[in-house]
Design a protein around this ligand. Structure first.
Ligand SMILES: Cc1cc2nc3c(=O)[nH]c(=O)nc-3n(C[C@H](O)[C@H](O)[C@H](O)COP(=O)(O)O)c2cc1C
Length: 170
């Protein structure tokens, strides 16, 4: 059997290679004394069923996450197919990320973006340093009801927003 031949580590190549992992797109939101806050986040995944845990990674340079941490809680908003402009808007630091965005508060007070695909409301359960990111684990306390789930997902693949070609819903 022939050995698989790889490419040596290089940051640009690493980024491009990881870009082949297709994912959904989320906005991690919270609210502090100054109002709603949030940032675009692709690195979301489910961790545990019992207890129910989810996770995301955030850059140590994020200006939004330290404010979310202060509140001890956050919401995950998984974006729907038509929300790519919201993803772009929440990835820009120092702008009014909430301009033109409709939202509702969860029972815990975190903002849920209208028309999202699904949402989860969480308490911060753990945080781990990992290189230039923090791995944040959340304990899920509330989630979108079944009747909320009426859209197709927004996808991110090779640096671009994508949509399901097979658009049949189930
Ligand atoms: C599609 C997409 C996915 C992103 N995923 C992440 C992510 O997983 N973690 C992260 O820290 N930043 C991610 N970003 C970048 C942040 O959204 C951006 O750096 C952040 O909004 C900076 O603002 P802040 O200083 O207010 O946190 C992503 C951006 C885009 C466009």
């Amino acid at each position: 059997m022939q050995a698989a031949v790889g490419t040596a580590m290089d940051q640009r190549v690493f980024r491009d290679t990881l870009g082949h992992y297709a994912s959904g797109v989320t906005i991690i939101t919270g609210a502090d004394a100054e109002g709603p806050i949030g940032f675009t986040c692709q690195s979301f995944y489910s961790v545990s069923m019992e207890p129910p845990l989810v996770s995301f990674s955030v850059m140590t340079t994020s200006t939004t996450y330290p404010r979310i941490r202060e509140t001890g809680k956050f919401a995950v908003n998984v974006l729907a197919h038509h929300q790519d402009a919201i993803s772009t808007q929440f990835a820009k630091r120092g702008t009014d990320k909430w301009a033109g965005v409709e939202w509702l508060p969860t029972v815990a007070g975190n903002p849920v973006i209208a028309e999202s695909l699904m949402w989860l409301d969480c308490e911060i359960w753990a945080e781990h340093e990992a290189g230039d990111h923090l791995v944040v684990i959340g304990s899920v306390k509330e989630m979108s009801p079944a009747e909320w789930h009426r859209h197709e997902p927004l996808l991110f693949f090779k640096g671009r927003y994508r949509h399901l070609r097979d658009a049949e819903s189930d």
